[in-house]
Ligand binder design. Sequence first.
Ligand SMILES: Cc1ncc(COP(=O)(O)O)c(C=O)c1O
Length: 391
Amino acid sequence: MNSVLQAIQPSATLAISARAKELAAQGVRVCNFAAGEPDFDTPDVIKRAAVAAIEAGKTKYTAAKGMPELCRAVAEKFARVNGIAYDPATEILVSSGGKQSLFYAFLALLERGDEVLIPSPAWLSYPELVRVAGGRPRFVKTTARTGYKLTPAQLEKAIRPRSKVLVLNYPSNPTGAVYSASELRALGEAAVARGLWIVADEMYERMVYTDEPFASLASLAPELRARTVTVNGCSKAFSMTGWRIGYAGAPKEVLSLMAAAQSHCASNPCTPAQYAALAAFVDPASEEAVKPMIAAFRERADRIYSLLRKIPGVRVLRPEGAFYIFPNVKAFGLDAVTFCRRLLEERHVAAVPGTPFGSADHVRFSYACSMDTIEEGMSRFASFCASLRQR
Ligand SMILES: Cc1ncc(COP(=O)(O)O)c(C=O)c1O
């Protein structure tokens, strides 16, 4: 049996979610902050496009890298929103979720034993995707002092002869950190000067709460574009997690390998879901439907931050993006797994331990939930923290 797959850890997020569901099924009112997906329904205009496609019999295989009209829509989106010019015919891949684009990117870029530098805390799928693709993940620890952002000096120090790829995820799951254009440029230049490729995961680009607008690494200089795979998807942007549509833009020589991998692993992403994604990109009604969702995330980010920062013993940074907040709970003397288990059992608040993200001192709260849940959940969380301080 394959030893790499045998070593993969079951997701801690799923364990917490399963227990939270179990409690809810028993009638307990659980405040659930474990979700990794928007709590909004997929906009109607998008759903209707899929239904129409099915009714019109558009249910067959498509081009392996995605329907040409969808690749064109994605390229137009990259140009309009991100300022990156990709050729729709040779530099765009539509995949079954951003995860799959990431996996193909690692397959395309890595030779067996190559290292992938991952600023940590980091989304827990990166190391597993890298391992399955034959690479070796190497974490580079970041701290609250730099807002959980990698600095060029840290990057320089971490690079070794087999280092091949740098992963940058902004806005970050789990920390909510967002790199500014100048920070991205400095990191990108340092990486490219040392011959690294960059995988830029921009999945949460819509959820940004900084004054500076979101910047895409590949848009900042031709030399950066030439060494970057930009990964994104419809899951978070259009509340389409279950539709499984992701996409990537990359220089032709990389994209062609990613497309070759997809052609044999998946043939193509689900055809009706591609029609749904096409509507998401080209129908102005989808944009209108998404606006209130983005506004809600911003309000929730402000509210949960203002409640958390008042709790004695909790150290927390204002989230700059995504829909996660990542407080440090080290002061309470419990490792994050025990902390979250007790928080769920004693106060019925579900949060995810930071441990699988690379920190046993933190917990991750997702604020993809109602304002009522935030109010009630943070009040319970504050009383839990107070009870720990008294012991
Ligand atoms: C940072 C990050 N990247 C990529 C993904 C992949 O999303 P999907 O495969 O649904 O497109 C996720 C999902 O949680 C994520 O948090």
